[in-house]
Design a protein. Structure first.
Length: 262
């Protein structure tokens, strides 16, 4: 027994090992700046912009992004249907994701992209939502992009490279596709006002319980923690007296009214 205890971590070391590092993720403003700076000369560049916009609009995982089909997006309802029989969802769950309220301009980028696929590329609804890049050899026998081909990516690496290049071109650090889910959780923490709203928000991310959202994503970022504390510090009355002092004065006045002789 003493030998086992020798190799066991102390409570202090155990706590240190379990301590969660602060997750780094982009703000919605940063993502919008990236989208605005992306070139749109050809269909590959238009697809790249739509890919990043769609990730913010829906928060779907990168493994889903690479195999989604046009038919999985219902724009009339603002809904992405993730059927595990057709889409590789986490734990093979059926996930129905309504568009997050991240701005009409973000949604329009995706709408324009799907209209392009259907109306100009004449793609049917079974075609990939984000077709992979077709390649050809240049004069030096190196591979270069040559439009799109109507098949899915086989790995997530090209998607991650698109994100990396887009953020780099905008002069920002690289944020991977999954980090956008943290961005959406932070937005939900700001705008959800009751348990039902946060339950819907959590379910929209594919979580069965809001506790999953809180424990896996819900730790307030340092940025958001500062914003909340700043907001609390502004809870003062018109004479700029601290809230606690104001409460004390109210209680004291009630006590005085009770004790005051009639």
């Amino acid at each position: 027994m003493p030998d086992i205890e020798y190799f066991s971590l102390s409570d202090k070391d155990t706590s240190a090992a379990k301590a969660m590092a602060e997750k780094d993720f982009p703000t919605i403003e940063q993502i919008c700046a990236v989208l605005k700076k992306m070139p749109l000369i050809n269909e590959v560049e238009r697809r790249n912009q739509a890919l990043i916009a769609f990730t913010l609009l829906t928060g779907v995982r990168v493994q889903v992004l690479m195999i989604l089909r046009i038919k999985h997006v219902d724009f009339m309802r603002g809904l992405v249907k993730q059927n595990p029989k057709e889409v590789k969802t986490k734990f093979s769950k059926t996930i129905n994701t309504f568009f997050f309220p991240v701005g009409e301009d973000i949604k329009q980028i995706v709408v324009n992209w799907i209209n392009y696929l259907i109306q100009e590329k004449l793609s049917d609804t079974n075609m990939p939502l984000f077709p992979r890049t077709a390649l050809k050899h240049d004069a030096n026998n190196a591979f270069i992009a040559d439009g799109l081909e109507s098949i899915h990516w086989t790995t997530t690496t090209p998607i991650r490279e698109i994100f990396k290049e887009a953020f780099k071109s905008a002069g920002l650090p690289y944020y991977n596709p999954h980090s956008f889910r943290n961005t959406l959780v932070e937005l939900g923490q700001k705008i959800c006002k009751n348990p039902e709203q946060f339950k819907a928000w959590s379910q929209n991310l594919g979580h069965e319980s809001p506790l999953t959202t809180f424990t896996s994503y819900g730790t307030l970022s340092l940025r958001r923690q500062g914003e909340v504390m700043e907001g609390l510090s502004q809870l003062v009355d018109k004479d700029n007296k601290p809230l606690l002092l104001l409460i004390y004065q109210i209680k004291r006045q009630k006590h005085y009214n009770v004790m005051k002789p009639v």
